[in-house]
Write a protein that binds this ligand. Structure first.
Ligand SMILES: [Zn+2]
Length: 57
């Protein structure tokens, strides 16, 4: 499960609906582990700068 794998699903911003999103930079080890356990990944919208989490499927 490498960082930078081909995305298996299309994500979009829940705020503005844009598809131009990127994986948000990690904030720290604790956050990273927490998200890993929750099976979520942080994303950031390039259009409106909205940050959100998406559940890994
Ligand atoms: Zn957006």
């Amino acid at each position: 499960m490498a960082w930078g794998e081909k995305p298996t699903s299309v994500h979009r911003c829940p705020e503005c609906g844009a598809f131009e999103i990127e994986r948000s930079s990690r904030r720290g080890v604790v956050e990273r582990v927490r998200l890993l356990l929750a099976r979520q990944r942080p994303y950031r919208c390039l259009k409106c700068d909205h940050r959100f989490y998406d559940r890994r499927v």
